[in-house]
Ligand binder design. Structure first.
Ligand code: SAM
Length: 284
């Protein structure tokens, strides 16, 4: 456990989908002025350097940010533009070398009235978070188990907010575990939006997550998926990621159209022959 380091995968197709959708959901919630709480339960290191040995090992960013960076921003949907606007200040125009992860994005998009908390267990990744961000009022880093933090930090005093659940799925049972954790947290924070990221593997392990979510009785679960249909690597091993998806419990109404537009553009740009879907796993 805890051998996973996201720096090897930073900026790949799955990060594009996850970070753009995160921005779309947050922006939908920020249409109201009332304060929000955002919990990044599996944070990793905050900012990824794409010029390191780990990032260059498999150059996964070539399947994601590498294909998007050269595009003109005025032809993009608002969600992709918002994400690039958060990346641009860390880079010069020619190359994208520094990529904000989920915690850095939440920090960037945070308004004065909002609160952000990020949890990370891996000692090195947590140290990197500490080095990147100074804790301040409204922003907290926790070297803490995400599963335990869900019970401890929810419900938030703001009564509104989102929870990003982005585990590394190193263990086969993590699909079930994440669903159980959400089912346990949900009754304490029914108004929250929960975003659960999952990989699409030939082994089809995400179906376990779906089965458990169906069993939970939670309704209004949106499913957003991008399958490269081979564009992100051949399905030679049951563990070769072919695409990824997100379940979004309680997506804000305004975010749903934005997500559809973002997804359509991302598919066209990253994998024109791929398949995308944006539907209800469980309707209202
Ligand atoms: C996929 S990465 C997160 C990437 C990050 N959310 C982003 O988008 O930039 C998953 C992270 O969760 C951490 N992790 C794994 N199990 C954890 C747990 N039980 N509690 C907290 N962190 C955990 C891993 O060390 C890893 O850094």
């Amino acid at each position: 456990m805890l051998s996973y380091q996201h720096g090897y995968h930073a900026g790949n197709h799955a990060d594009v989908l996850k970070h753009v959708v995160l921005g779309d959901v947050l922006a939908g919630m920020q249409l109201k002025d009332a304060p929000l709480f955002a919990l990044d339960a599996f944070a990793s290191k905050g900012i990824y350097d794409l010029d390191t040995d780990e990032a260059l090992k498999n150059r996964e960013f070539d399947s994601g940010i590498g294909r998007i960076w050269p595009h003109r921003k005025d032809a993009m949907p608002a969600g992709v533009r918002r994400w690039l606007d958060a990346i641009q200040p860390l880079n010069n125009d020619d190359r994208c070398m520094q990529l904000p992860g989920s915690t850095a994005l939440l920090r960037h998009w945070q308004r004065p009235q909002d609160r952000v908390a990020a949890c990370e267990m891996h000692p090195q990744e947590f140290q990197a978070l500490r080095t990147t961000f100074s804790s301040s009022r409204g922003f907290a880093l926790h070297k803490r188990d995400a599963y335990e933090a869900l019970g401890a930090l929810l419900p938030p005093k703001e009564k509104r907010g989102l929870v990003l659940l982005d585990p590394s799925y190193e263990e086969k049972d993590e699909y079930r575990r994440i669903a159980k954790a959400v089912s346990a947290a949900y009754p304490h924070f029914r108004a929250g939006a929960y975003l659960i990221w999952y990989p699409l593997l030939p082994a089809g392990r995400h179906k376990e997550l779906f089965r458990e979510m169906h069993k939970s009785g939670i309704r209004k679960i949106m499913r957003v998926e991008l399958d490269g249909m081979g564009a992100f690597g051949k399905a030679e091993s049951p563990m070769q990621m072919q695409g990824s998806g997100m379940l979004i419990i309680n997506p804000p109404w305004h975010a749903m159209q934005a997500i559809r537009e973002s997804l359509g553009w991302i598919k066209q740009t990253l994998c024109p022959a791929g398949q995308s879907r944006c539907d209800w796993l469980v309707p209202e």
